[in-house]
Design a protein around this ligand. Structure first.
Ligand code: PRX
Length: 663
């Protein structure tokens, strides 16, 4: 049995049920399943009334909306809180200055070196954000302009995002692990006016230069007039006169004060763009708007993490991804919470870094990814057992399906069999968590994300649009709009409609497979499109293929995900070389380097199989199903299903023989 099949098998067999711990008296989440069900019912009976109440409770509006929802899911065009006005930075900062949280820690930043800790109170963060907003203004950035951000996990990353929201500029963060070419294409797509970057990234004890990537990208991004550089590594870098400024100089320059009146934004003004991989072509710029996104991030943070004033909350994601946007920054700060931000990696200097940080700051709520759990699980229980983890009261998981074995380890060894583990399903496009347990209400089944949050009309559909029976696999869909949903693909309304609303008219299609069991619990099975998920990082196979074929020796390439014990999936590439080019280990290494350069280290194929031919139908379409099976080691003839439409069925045998080298 392949890894993938055994994973699905173990999820199908999973029958354990864990009662939630008793709800603390002051919980801000549901106290019981009955309460959750009541909220859910209200949200379906009167969605507008339901969300209006949430938005009123959680958000400070400059002007209340005229209409809660105007939605046409067929067009599609969705507007929440129409006519409402607000400012995100006011909601995340200013209002806490007046409500008793002025001196409370907003961000606790742990740098990679143990001694590098910075704590920002709400007041301190407010000052830095206002100063930086004034720097942006001085550079000519105003409402609606795009600011690209390419930074490691340093506090300046949080500051610049909030500074953008203060003046109504749109931020677009590019994960610092992406290459110069990826940064360039994103900056070109959104026509960024300013780039904020750093001299280097500190990672696993090394100083990795970052500014050279920015320089390379900027050479072909004429829209970017200014580049602000954070000093982190202290390494020698090139600073281009007239274009580049050091952050620490810009923020303390003459005339830069901490007085920056906030721009009052329309609820539907674009707040941020975040690029994510799709099944075809280049990454899509997912657009989120101000009022809906903030309301949704804040509300889901309350429901899922039960965030309260006294809590120390730590989400281990990088702000380069949506998880960091919604659950390190905007959700927690809108609620006035204390959020931990960590620069390093789980395994350095030792595999107990995460547990040591939990102990150090007495973290109460911990949110991480299954890939992290699986990799730390392999290191054994001595590492967590060295630390006092008794402050923890809630554990979360995100990014990919969590297999029951990893769930159990997390529950037993980190949660000491006491703590709820909330598995949260969502996407860049959804803005916030969609399917998840409520920690003190929902009985947990290891491996299931459990039930949709209130307001989320999730279902599993068959190809023909009818609803799947209990336990029958199908397409996960969301049938009604929710405040955090994406409002578009930047600059490409056609792609927005085609990608998300074309399979079933008027219904949002996340491209994930799922089944719903007899208790209404969702079991997410993974992507149905050509997107793979490596360590929780989402990548389009088409992107990697186009990087490979851009190499001078490559004629054709097909990329699939292969099951991987720790990473969930790993990248497996089939490559046909141009005639006259000989396959070799050197060429393999060169292709890997090439992909790293084109996209970034996270896209590097683990396996590259040279192949004279790929399995194609007579009409020339590559049958990826077959390639996936081979990569998964499922190579018996019956594994392949119907291969009669292949132009040359013998290709399959050759590929199977070639794959033995890896599997
Ligand atoms: O396939 C699903 C998987 O990750 C995809 C979304 O990736 P991205 O936009 O990068 O956002 C990641 C963080 C929200 C989904 O389409 N995914 C995410 N969380 C889960 C998951 N699959 C199963 N269970 C989850 N909890």
């Amino acid at each position: 049995m392949s890894g993938e099949d055994s994973k699905i098998e173990s999820m199908m067999q999973e029958k354990r049920l864990f009662a939630p711990p008793p709800a603390p008296a002051d919980t801000v989440s549901a106290k019981s399943m009955a309460e959750y069900e009541e909220w859910y019912r209200q949200s379906m009976d009167d969605p507008e009334g339901f969300w209006a109440q949430r938005a009123e409770e959680l958000i400070q509006w400059d002007k209340k909306w005229d209409q809660v929802l105007e939605a046409d899911m067929v067009k599609p065009e969705v507007k929440w809180f129409k006519g409402g006005k607000l400012n995100v930075s006011v909601n995340c900062l200013d209002r806490h200055l007046a409500n008793g949280r002025r001196n409370k820690a907003a961000l606790i930043w742990q740098g990679e070196p143990e001694e590098d800790v910075r704590v920002y109170t709400y007041q301190m963060l407010h000052t830095e954000v206002c100063r930086m907003a004034n720097v942006l203004k001085k550079m000519g950035v105003g409402k609606g302009d795009r600011v690209a951000v390419y930074l490691p996990m340093v506090p300046e990353l949080a500051i610049i995002l909030l500074a953008c929201t203060r003046i109504g500029a749109i931020h677009s963060v590019v994960f610092a692990g992406f290459s110069a070419a990826s940064l360039k294409s994103r900056m070109q797509d959104c026509e960024a006016k300013v780039l904020v970057t750093a001299d280097a990234v500190l990672r696993a004890g090394k100083t990795i230069p970052l500014k050279p990537n920015a320089d390379e990208a900027l050479a072909e991004c004429p829209s970017v007039q200014n580049c602000v550089v954070v000093k982190r590594g202290g390494n020698e870098i090139n600073m281009q006169q007239g274009r580049d400024t050091w952050w620490h100089e810009a923020i303390t320059a003459d005339g830069i004060t901490a007085d920056c009146p906030p721009e009052s934004m329309d609820a539907e003004d674009t707040m941020l763009i975040l690029y994510t991989s799709g099944s075809t072509g280049k990454p899509k710029g997912v657009v989120h708007t101000t009022g809906g996104y903030l309301t949704y991030a804040a509300q889901t943070c309350r429901w899922v993490f039960d965030l309260k004033d006294d809590d120390v909350y730590w989400c281990t994601a990088d702000i380069g991804w949506i998880t960091g946007h919604s659950y390190i920054l905007y959700g927690p700060l809108a609620l006035g919470a204390t959020s931990v931000m960590f620069e390093g990696v789980p395994s350095w200097p030792k595999p107990d870094r995460f547990w040591q940080i939990c102990d150090k700051f007495k973290v109460n709520i911990f949110y991480t990814a299954p890939t992290v759990i699986r990799s730390l699980m392999r290191e054994g229980t001595d590492w967590p057992n060295k630390h006092d983890l008794s402050s923890l009261r809630l554990l979360g998981s995100v990014g990919e399906p969590i297999n029951p074995e990893a769930w159990m380890w997390y529950h037993e060894h980190i949660g000491k069999s006491r703590l709820p583990v909330v598995d949260t399903w969502w996407q860049t496009e959804t803005g916030g968590i969609m399917i998840s347990a409520m920690p003190y209400a929902t009985p947990l089944k290891p491996g299931s994300a459990t039930k949709p949050l209130p307001g989320i009309d999730a279902a599993v559909l068959r190809e023909d649009g009818s609803e799947a029976a209990a336990n029958e696999g199908g397409h996960l869909v969301i049938r009604r709009p929710w405040p955090g949903m994406l409002r578009g693909v930047f600059g490409d309304p056609e792609r927005y409609k085609k990608t998300y609303f074309s399979r079933y008219e008027g219904i949002y299609d996340p491209e994930d497979g799922s089944r719903k069991d007899e208790d209404g619990y969702f079991w997410i099975m993974g992507r149905l499109d050509d997107v793979i998920n490596v360590s929780g990082h989402r990548m389009g196979t088409a992107e990697i293929e186009s990087a490979l074929v851009a190499h001078k020796d490559v004629a054709e390439a097909a990329v699939v995900g292969a099951p991987h014990e720790v990473k969930g999936q790993t990248i497996y590439a089939y490559v046909s070389l141009k005639s006259g080019v000989n396959p070799s280990d050197e060429l393999r290494a060169a292709l890997r380097t090439h992909v790293r350069k084109e996209i970034g280290p996270i896209a590097t194929p683990e396996f590259i199989q040279f192949a004279d031919g790929l399995p194609k139908t007579r009409s020339g379409k590559i049958m990826r199903r077959i390639l996936r099976k081979i990569a998964a080691g499922q190579t018996e003839e019956h594994d392949f299903g119907d291969t009669s439409t292949l132009a040359d069925p013998s290709v399959v045998d050759t590929l199977v023989a070639g794959s033995k080298e890896f599997i």
